[in-house]
Design a protein around this ligand. Structure first.
Ligand code: HEC
Length: 108
C-alpha cells in the first residue's frame, strides 16, 4: 500500500514536471542557439565582433528574453537580422532558448 502510494506520488511529480511548460528545455535551447553564436559570440555570449554592436544575451532574465524574441517574431520590435531570426522560431523554441540563455552565468 505504501509502496503503491509512493509510486503514484513519483508518477504524479514526474508528469507534473513534464506538463509544466511555463519554462523551456535547457538542453533543447542549447541546440537551438547554435546559429545565434555566430553573432552573439560564445564565451559568455558577448559581442563576437568589436566593430559590430550585438547585445549580450547570455545570463539575461528569462522573461526579458522571451519578450524580446517574441517582439522580433511578431514585428513589434524591428531589426532586419533579428526579425529574420525571430520569425523562424516557434513559441516553444523561444521558451527553450530563453531557458538556456538565462541559465548561463555571466563569465565577467
Ligand atoms: C546576424 C547576426 C545575429 C544573429 C545570427 C542573431 N542575432 Fe540576436 N541580435 C543581433 C543584433 C545586431 C541585435 C541588436 C538588435 C537591436 O538593436 O534591436 C540582436 C539582439 C538580440 C536580442 C535582444 C537583446 C537585448 O538586450 O535587447 C536577443 C534576445 C537576441 N538577439 C537573441 C538571439 C537569438 C536567440 C539568436 C539565435 C536564434 C540570435 N539572436 C541570432 C544579431 C544577431
Amino acid at each position: 500500500m505504501t509502496r503503491a502510494l509512493l509510486f503514484a506520488l513519483a508518477l504524479f511529480s514526474a508528469t507534473h514536471v513534464l506538463a509544466d511548460d511555463t519554462q523551456g528545455d535547457i538542453a533543447e535551447g542549447r541546440l537551438k542557439t547554435y546559429t545565434c553564436s555566430g553573432c552573439h559570440g560564445v564565451t559568455g555570449w558577448k559581442n563576437a565582433y568589436p566593430n559590430y554592436h550585438v547585445p549580450r544575451i547570455g545570463g539575461q532574465n528569462y522573461d526579458y528574453l522571451v519578450a524580446a524574441l517574441t517582439e522580433y517574431k511578431n514585428g513589434g520590435r524591428k531589426h532586419p537580422t533579428m526579425q529574420a531570426q525571430g520569425e523562424s522560431l516557434s513559441d516553444a523554441d523561444i521558451r527553450d532558448i530563453a531557458s538556456f540563455l538565462s541559465s548561463i552565468k555571466s563569465a565577467e
